[in-house]
Design a protein around this ligand. Structure first.
Ligand code: ADP
Length: 622
């Protein structure tokens, strides 16, 4: 038998030095790396055997076998893949195969300097065996049937290669475990590592004779051949869930990126049930091997409720979690998959609106979060959000597309108004004009809603506008209508209106920016509108609340007060100014406060209650 001795290539030496001396956290990954190499070798064998007939050991089944020896402290992995010839052993296991290995080494060395924990996240391929092994032996025989060999090294600079008789096709790696790594000869320990990282490898992995990877990588299979129950079972497995998924998207793409994805929407939302923020539920795989569990990078944060798998063979297995974060390929994948999922949801919503509403009630909050935080997907999200409206049934929100479809042809904008409930909104002043003119208006009833619509800005070219804006542009006919309404007898004439306005401006000087005659009020005496078009009253309320919570001083912007001269109270007020100006001032103050309350804005309660008692005192006086 001839034994030859070889030096590791300089780069490999550096890598081995890091692996041996610094990598002792997250050592588990050495098992993943060896299984992955075996799976690759088996995949190549399967491929070859399709076209070749002269395969050595052709009858041997394609599989991985792991055996442990607790007494001898060894971990042994055997595969029946393509194996390696002498030349291959020498070059494959003596140099670094990674393209760009130098940058990889630099990165690894950097990470090792900064934080020892970081480097455990780097895949280091075959050399990971030295994380746990004091000595590693590789016995291999190529599929061409040439002589078998044994490669051996303790990782310190040199390795030997010796001819070895009696080997079958494939590779056996015997890891003689270090003193502090004896745990890797324990069955339960190894089993749990295989289940975590390699549960979906497409060849049987036997551990001490028993197959441990019983779940198939469903996402790699043809959709047409998968049964409904298989999907459900898989969902329960991968999401660790007990419920059944409500939606499922299984898709594959080859260009521009190779993607196999299987995504599930769960039935329950544990986050809104008070269990705290959920972790992302989609795992990232490369060729069935886990590279990032609960990946924070593969989907945007607001899709954290999804469960499932994304597999892309374009991703390098040796990528660190750190590197995933700003990897251009990963962000491309994220974009493609997110768009695909949102498109799928839009199609599903059209197919079965009832079902979508159920989803919306449970998970809609995430789409709202996306709309306020992620510009990239606004267009898609704007098709998926739902609100109740003046033309929807209570509890049956509609989409913007539906609004658009029945909008008056001359209507330029999409209107919305915020309020605590449907009843509150409908009894408030803002919807009067809309109801009267049969214009649909959306009801936004959650604090986040106005932020969502203001972030979106528009839908299919129509601006989204809060109805409490001062400069609301109304469809033709409606404005003019109010302006040119023949003054009925009871209403105030032009002069009376003007003097009432200037008196009110003076009386409410500290509180309002302006007082104007409303062109939109029908019944109510007055309402508050916002001169700053970007901020609805609801948004201002939310911001004020968070300021108060944080103890930051409030910034109150002054509003406009619109009054309705056709309203009896306003008419009385005009007369009252002349009869009892002090009392008129009290009434004006109360009208202002009432309008503020209807706008959902903060008023000084103490002051208001006192004033209210004064007014009551006077009207109940005999
Ligand atoms: P990588 O897998 O990223 O190429 P490794 O350092 O893990 O890098 O392995 C180097 C090479 O050694 C592989 O590309 C492969 O050609 C060969 N190799 C490793 N393990 C096996 C195996 N079990 N069977 C056959 N060839 C292997």
């Amino acid at each position: 038998m001839t034994t030859t001795q070889h030096e590791f290539q300089a780069e490999t030496k550096k890598l081995l030095d890091i692996v041996i001396n610094s990598l002792y956290t997250e050592r588990d990954v050495f098992i993943r790396e060896l299984i992955s190499n075996s799976a690759d070798a088996l995949e190549k064998m399967r491929h070859e055997s399709l076209t070749r007939e002269d395969v050595f050991d052709a009858h041997v089944p394609l599989e991985i076998d792991i055996s442990l020896d607790e007494k001898a402290h060894t971990f042994t992995i055997t595969d029946t893949g393509i194996g390696m010839s002498r030349v291959e052993l020498e070059s494959n296991l003596g140099t670094i195969a990674h393209s760009g290995s130098n940058t990889f080494l630099l990165e690894l060395a950097e990470a090792a300097k900064k934080d020892i924990n970081l480097i455990g996240q780097f895949g280091v391929g075959f050399y990971a065996a030295f994380m746990a092994g004091a000595k590693v032996r590789v016995q291999s025989r190529s599929w061409d049937g040439s002589e078998g060999h044994e490669w051996e090294s303790d990782g310190s600079g040199t390795f030997t290669i010796t001819e070895k008789e009696g080997l079958h096709r494939g590779t056996r790696i015997i890891v003689e475990l270090k003193e502090d790594a004896h745990e890797y000869a324990q069955k339960w320990r190894v089993e749990s590592i295989i289940k975590q990282y390699s549960a979906f490898v497409s060849f049987p992995i036997k551990l001490e004779g028993e197959v441990v990877n019983t779940v198939q990588a469903l996402w790699m299979r043809n959709k047409a051949e998968i049964k409904e129950e298989e999907y459900t079972e898989f969902y329960k497995f991968i999401a660790n869930a007990f419920d059944e998924p409500t939606y499922r998207l299984h898709f594959s793409a080859d260009a521009p990126l190779a993607i196999n994805a299987l995504l599930f929407v769960p039935k329950e939302n544990f986050e809104i049930m008070g269990f705290g923020r959920v972790d992302p539920g989609v795992n990232l795989y490369c060729q069935r091997i886990l590279i990032d569990q609960h990946s924070e990078n593969i989907l945007p944060e607001w899709l954290r409720f999804l469960k499932g798998v994304v597999d892309s063979e374009d991703l390098p297995l040796n990528i660190s979690r750190q590197a995933l974060q700003d990897n251009a390929l990963v962000s491309k994948l994220r974009k493609v998959i997110t768009k695909r999922f949102l498109k799928y949801m839009d199609e599903e919503a059209k197919k079965d609106p009832e079902k979508y509403l159920e989803f919306w009630n449970t998970f809609g909050i995430y789409f709202k979060e996306g709309a306020t935080s992620d510009y990239e997907f606004q267009k898609e999200l704007s098709r998926l959000i739902r609100f109740e409206s003046s033309k929807s049934e209570a509890g049956k929100p509609i989409g913007l597309a539906e609004y658009l479809a029945r909008m008056n042809p001359d209507q330029e904008e999409i209107y919305y108004i915020n309020g605590p409930s449907r009843t509150a909104i409908e009894s408030g002043p803002y919807v009067e004009m809309f109801t009267k003119n049969d214009i649909e208006i959306l009801y936004t009833m959650e604090p986040i809603d106005d932020f969502v619509l203001s972030h979106l800005g528009e839908f299919e070219g129509k601006k989204l506008v809060s109805a409490d804006r001062a400069d609301l542009s109304l469809p033709k006919g409606t404005e003019a209508d109010a302006e040119e309404k023949p003054e009925d007898e009871a209403s105030l004439d032009k002069e009376q209106k003007e003097s009432l306005l200037s008196w009110l401006k003076k009386a409410l000087e500290d509180k309002v920016a302006d007082v104007i005659v409303s062109r939109r009020l029908v019944d109510s005496p007055a309402m508050i509108v916002n001169p700053d078009g970007h901020m609805s009253s609801s948004m201002e309320r939310v911001i004020a609340m968070s300021r108060r919570e944080k103890g930051v001083p409030e910034e109150k912007s002054k509003k406009n007060l619109e009054i309705n001269p056709a309203n009896p109270l306003i008419r009385r007020l005009a007369a009252l100014i002349k009869e009892d100006e002090d009392f008129a001032r009290e009434v004006a103050g109360q009208i202002y406060d009432n309008a503020m309350i209807q706008a959902g804005l903060y008023v000084n309660h103490l002051e208001m209650v006192e004033r209210n008692y004064r007014i009551l005192g006077r009207v109940t006086k005999a």
